[in-house]
Design a protein around this ligand. Structure first.
Ligand SMILES: *Cc1c(COP(=O)(O)O)cnc(C)c1O
Length: 423
């Protein structure tokens, strides 16, 4: 797209592509790293005659193109739009493709913010929402109809880590002339490439693993070239028109940061997966833990599908404690692992979805038990992560009622009065 970009070289491995796709070196000064083009507009030599295809920054910028090119290369996509949040990527898909009377099928363990967005902003325009257990292909086959415009898959899902068979879902969606969109935030293109499995669209919250350093809010929507997607051309054109009209594009600085994050994405995902597997196996042996949910455990119902469609199981481990009081005490007592919304950063984070990230679904069929905890396993030394979990679990069994108060911990117990924030 931009004159900064070198012609694609011979097919390279995913780590090489993560480092090299896009503008390196920049042609004007030889800067090894792309500069940040902090501008709202671009000079033309004669009306409409731009220097590098950029005219006005709502519709595109060099840094946004850089990020989009890198994402395309990693996902084997031919279209990418880098936008200002994962939720904006969803807005683009829903607004571009849904109209009154259309139905969207969403998974029972959909990200809480996706559910809230559809419920609050799209239902009143006549969009019908149907919640289905997509881990069961038969259930999807029974639910899909000629009213279905989009089948929305999230795999692994947030926070339940459900695994959906993308290839099977794509076949069913296409048979009904519906679009299959996959929120692949937890997997990243390093571990899973839904377009290669037949999906029409891939959605990412780049806020999470892709940027990976907890300092950007961003998102992306990607599409393939139509090899396996009958409606690719039409879908991509609708998205482009919508995005240019609305202006959801990510800012130059945030695009630059996310592009930088991608350079270490393969390396980070490798360590996230390693650490998460060790944490999951360690937690499985603990009496206080009623259930450990991680696609890398043979006990996970989606383990076989995950092995088939992913090259690693991701950096998030979820668990259920024996009691809700213990869950609250545990998240209040970790010291190294911060209690915070969001995930996918270099630092480990712990979340109590029922009172934090997924408060928006509390009164719906998607509500999450108070015993449930989501752990984003970071890149710290594994011994330090385990030691922190061990001391926090030990603290939950002190206290008069058998459950620690959390007073000895990092003083950040969630309160029901906090605002509804989702991450
Ligand atoms: C965080 C998240 C989103 C929303 O992304 P934002 O960047 O916070 O808008 C969507 N889907 C999943 C699975 C997420 O984890």
């Amino acid at each position: 797209m931009s004159s900064l970009h070198r012609a694609p070289t011979t097919p390279a491995g995913i780590s090489t592509r993560s480092v090299h796709s896009g503008a390196m070196p920049e042609s004007h000064t030889g800067s090894v790293v792309a500069p940040i083009f902090q501008t709202s507009t671009f000079v033309m030599d004669t009306p409409g005659d731009t220097r590098a295809g950029f005219d006005y920054a709502r519709t595109g910028t060099p840094n946004r193109s850089d990020l989009e090119d890198a994402l395309c290369e990693l996902e084997n996509a031919s279209f990418a739009a880098a936008v200002n949040s994962g939720t904006s990527a969803e807005v683009a898909v829903f607004s571009a493709l849904l109209g009154p009377g259309d139905e969207i099928i969403i998974p029972r363990d959909v990200y809480g913010g996706t559910f809230r967005l559809l419920k609050n902003e799209y239902e009143r325009w006549g969009v019908r929402i149907r919640t289905v257990d997509l881990t069961d292909t038969e259930t999807l086959a029974a639910a899909i109809s000629d009213r279905t415009a989009i089948v929305w898959v999230e795999t692994p899902s947030n926070p339940g880590l459900d695994i959906v068979d993308i290839e099977a879902a794509a076949k069913l969606a296409h048979a009904a002339n519906a679009v299959l969109a996959v929120d692949s935030t937890f997997a990243t293109p390093i571990l899973q490439r839904p377009l290669d499995l037949g999906a029409d669209l891939v959605i990412h919250s780049t806020t999470k693993f892709i940027n990976g350093h907890s300092d950007v809010i961003g998102g992306a929507v990607l599409a393939g070239d139509g090899t396996s997607c009958p409606r690719a051309a039409e879908v991509t054109e609708r998205l482009e028109t919508h995005l240019a009209s609305v202006g959801l594009g990510v800012s130059p600085f945030d695009a630059w940061l996310a592009r930088r994050g991608i350079k270490t994405l393969p390396l980070r995902m490798e360590r996230h997966c390693q650490n998460a597997q060790v944490v999951a196996e360690w937690l499985e042996g603990r009496d206080e833990i009623a259930e450990v949910i991680y696609p890398g455990l043979p006990s996970h119902p989606g383990h076989e599908v995950a092995k088939r469609q992913m090259s690693g199981f991701g950096g998030v481990v979820s668990l259920r404690t024996d009691t809700e009081a213990r869950a609250l005490a545990l998240v209040a007592n970790t010291k190294l692992i911060a209690l915070a919304e969001s995930l996918g950063g270099v630092e480990s984070l712990i979340d109590h979805p029922a009172t934090m990230t997924h408060l928006a679904v509390a009164d719906s069929e998607l509500s999450i038990s108070g015993t449930f905890i989501r752990l984003s396993v970071g890149l710290e030394d594994i011994d330090d992560i385990l030691a922190d979990l061990a001391q926090a679990l030990a603290a939950t069994t002190k206290g008069a009622d058998g459950i620690g108060s959390g007073a000895a911990g990092n003083d950040h117990a969630p309160s029901a009065a906090r605002p509804v924030l989702i991450g």
